[in-house]
Every structure is written in C-alpha cells, then in structure tokens.
Design a protein around this ligand. Structure first.
Ligand code: ATP
Length: 449
C-alpha cells in the first residue's frame, strides 16, 4: 500500500525517547518505582525480560553449546571473602573520589568536567570547593550469619569471573577438559558505582556474561585474536553495523597491571561511543593469585611434554544490560509515512525480539479460530493476542513493542484457510495458508550463523 511507505526515518537521538518507550511498553523501568526508585537499580518488565533472556540464550548458544571446548557453570553470588583479596578487589577496586565541601556531593575525581548539579548553568564540578581525591571501594558488602563481627562481612561479586577461577580445577577434572578450554557463566554482578547514569548503562546491579579461556602461554596471542573475532561477529549478528560498532585497543597506560592486551567493543550510544564488552589477556594473574591465597596448586601438566605451567587466561566479558540497551537504542526509530502519519518502530532482530508474532483477529467475532491459531503457535513461539481497537492502531502497538510479524485473521480466513502476515519493518503484507505460518515464522526468526 502506497500510504504505508516511509518518507522519513529518524534514528534515536535522545535517550529520553527510549527511556519513555521502555517505561510505556514495560521494557525497563526504575526498581521500586512506587517509592520513587532507587538510583542504579532497574526492573525489567515482560518485554524487557524476554529480550534479555533471548540475548542471554543467544550468547549461551554461541559461546557454550556450539563449542566442545567451553563449559557453562552457575556459581553463587557470594564467594569466600578471600577470593576478593586474591583478585585484588579489596585493595584496588576503587575509584578516586572528591567531595564538594559545599553541597556534600561526591564525584569521581576523573569526571569533574561536568556541570555542577547545584548550579549547572554557572560552573563545572571542577570549579567547586573540592577535597583532595580519596579512594572509594566499589564492592557492595553484606553480612553472612548471625554474628556482627568483621569476620562475617562478605562481598556481592563485583564480576562473575572470579568464582570461575575458584572452580577451575573442579571443572577441568569433572568435565574432563584439557587445556585449551574455557569456562563461561552468566550472572549478576554488583558495583557501588558513584554516579549511576545513562539509563541502565551504568547500574549498581547488572548482569555479565563472561568466558575465561585457559591456554598455554605460547598460544595466548592466537586465542586472543580468535575470541576477538568471535565476539565481534556475535555483535554483528545482533544487527550492529560498522557505523555503530567498533573495537578500541587499550593503550599501555590504560591496561590493568596484570593485563597484557585488551580490546573494548564499543557501541555508538546517543551519549557517545561506550564499552559494551571487554576482551582481555589476563595472563596467569588470577590462577597464580588464587593458588597462593588458597594454598591449592592450580597449575597443570602437559601430558605429552610433561611441562608444568599455570595457564594463561583470555577473557571475554560482556554486559547483558548494556548490550540490551544497545539493542534497544539501535532498533529505535521514528518514521513518517507517505500518508502523513508517523510511527515509532523498534526494529529488533527477529531472533531476539521478545514477541515473535501477534495474532490479530479483524473482528471479535473471529475470536474462536484466532485463538486456535494463537494456541497452535504458542507452543513454539512467544506470541501475543490482541483484538482491541482498529487494526492500524494494533499494528502500531506491535511496531513499538518490536514484534516482527502481525498475523491478521479476517472474514475470508475460515473459507480460504489463509491469513495475512504483515512484516514490521517494510510493512509489506502477504497472504499465506494457515498451516504454513509455523514454517514461515521459523525461517524468518532464525539467528544468523
Ligand atoms: P566501565 O569502564 O564502563 O566502568 P569496566 O571496564 O569497569 O566498565 P569491566 O570490568 O570490563 O567493565 O566489565 C565488563 C562488562 O561489564 C563491561 O563491558 C560492561 O558491559 C559491563 N559493566 C561493567 N560495569 C557495569 C555497570 N556499572 N553497569 C552495567 N554494566 C556494567
């Protein structure tokens, strides 16, 4: 239909538009909203949860299931506190902070070239009355057990990888893996970020999907490059083109002291290029430290050469929430149509879209056969049923929710056994047999290889 042609497309330029869509559609909104929210914590509603789960499942599929050389695990959020001494977090995981003597607010010492919240039009934070920088540990603590003494303090994990190192020996032996191999997990991490901002980008509770690959020292460059390419391809499969995705190698002075090589995968958010994933050559730092702190030998023996060595670690660490945010930002656009109407559309890749298809009867009188179609699809896909309002408005609601296909059941359908499938991005419509719908959807929602 000519009226459905797009005459203008505007990508996301203001985060507020995305924040508002996410709240309106129940994707993501502040945690404990009825109490005014809690800074740095977010809740995912029905659509957001599906999107995030699909992203995690895709990562798990690519990183764990498709590879014989990676094992997936799920560790406790709270580890023995010595873990975080060994990892260096107790001593070093801190940001230098300055306090404003007047307003008592706290800022990161390296982030003072921003407007002062007290008088944004007048001065930068750097021009306020600031204390000297002091270090502030970013780990969140809790107490375990009934006693209130110092020994009961435990840390909520600041990254998901340290428990992987704790479990290295157990996993290698029980899964009968040999070097080189990897261990992966997805889970919550917590950081008491001083200044949570940019929606979910910098949160205090977030999810990471991390993979630690253990290899012989002579092969670290090879595996680093292998994983760099794998991970870049993963992001390409999420629809991120070269205009919004890039890698940035760390300069020598940016590298953590134990890190030999590091590359960030960055996405072009409306607030600038920002890291969504880090790929790091961590050397033997972690296993050596945990060996010496635990007293357990974590080195391995090469069965052929009998060489005894501590494996090197190549890490890939992606933020699930940050990547979800990048997916939402990348897929958001406002379009003006030839007939003067406009629409907001979330062009999410079909394989991660929360709802794959909406079943829309043209009239409530067609509810029974439409529900039959809905139920036959529900066993295989996440589908949605909507019979409220005119069909154009129902299409728009699905466009905004990111649903790639709408299936309209009309008055002809009982006779000719066909339904109309409308594709979200092109708005093209096609009439297909009802018994071909499953195959039609299956073909179109497959993830790229
Ligand atoms: P940044 O410099 O932005 O604080 P980082 O270099 O400390 O990030 P890593 O420790 O390498 O981050 O963590 C790996 C991934 O975890 C990051 O690429 C990011 O996607 C995610 N991540 C880290 N901190 C946060 C946070 N506060 N909120 C959401 N995601 C985070």
């Amino acid at each position: 239909m000519a009226s459905e042609q797009v005459t203008e497309r505007r990508p996301l330029s203001r985060m507020e538009d995305l924040v508002s869509l996410c709240a309106r559609r129940g994707y993501i909104f502040p945690s404990s909203e009825i109490y005014g929210g809690i800074n740095g914590f977010w809740d995912y509603g029905p659509l957001g949860t599906e999107l995030k789960n699909n992203l995690k499942a895709f990562w798990w599929q690519r990183v764990v299931r498709e590879r014989a050389d990676v094992e997936g695990i799920d560790t406790a959020i709270i580890a023995h506190p010595r873990t975080w001494e060994a990892s260096g977090h107790v001593e070093h995981f801190s940001d230098p902070m300055v306090d404003c003597r007047k307003c008592k607010r706290r800022f990161r010492a390296d982030h003072t070239d921003v407007p002062c919240p007290e008088a944004p039009a007048k001065r930068q934070v750097a021009e306020c009355e600031l204390t000297d920088p002091r270090s502030f540990n970013l780990m969140l603590t809790t107490r375990v057990g009934a006693s209130e003494d110092a020994a009961s303090v435990a840390y909520l994990r600041a990254e998901t990888c340290q428990p992987i190192f704790n479990d290295f020996k157990r996993i290698r032996e029980s899964a009968r893996q040999k070097i080189p191999f990897g261990i992966a997990q997805i889970g919550k991490a917590f950081r008491n970020e001083i200044n949570p901002r940019n929606f979910t980008f910098r949160s205090r509770e977030f999810e990471q999907a991390e993979m630690e690959f253990f290899c012989h020292p002579s092969e670290r460059e090879h595996w680093f490059e292998h994983w760099r390419q794998q991970r870049l391809h993963f992001h390409e499969c999420l629809g991120f083109g070269t205009d919004v995705l890039r890698t940035r190698a760390h300069d020598a002075d940016e590298l953590a002291h134990y890190c030999k090589n590091a590359v960030d995968v960055e996405y072009a958010f409306p607030f600038g290029w920002q890291e969504i994933e880090g790929i790091h050559d961590r050397g033997d730092w972690d296993l050596s430290r945990h060996s010496s702190f635990s007293g357990k030998d974590l080195s391995v023996t090469d069965e052929t050469t009998k060489e005894r060595y501590t494996p090197m670690v190549i890490e890939t660490s992606v933020g699930v929430d940050r990547t979800t945010l990048a997916l939402l930002a990348n897929s958001y656009s406002e379009e003006v149509l030839a007939n003067g109407e406009s629409r907001v559309v979330l062009g999410l890749p079909a394989h991660v879209a929360p709802v794959k298809a909406a079943v829309l009867p043209l009239s409530k009188k067609l509810a029974e056969p439409s529900h039959a179609l809905e139920n036959s699809l529900r066993r295989q896909f996440n589908v949605f049923y909507d019979d409220a309002g005119n069909i154009g408005r129902r299409y728009r609601r699905q466009d905004e929710a990111g649903t790639p296909f709408c299936i309209t059941y009309d008055f002809e359908s009982p006779d000719d056994g066909r339904v109309t499938v409308r594709e979200r991005d092109s708005m093209a419509q096609e009439r297909i047999p009802i018994d071909a719908v499953v195959g039609y959807l299956r073909e179109r929602i497959e993830a790229p290889i």
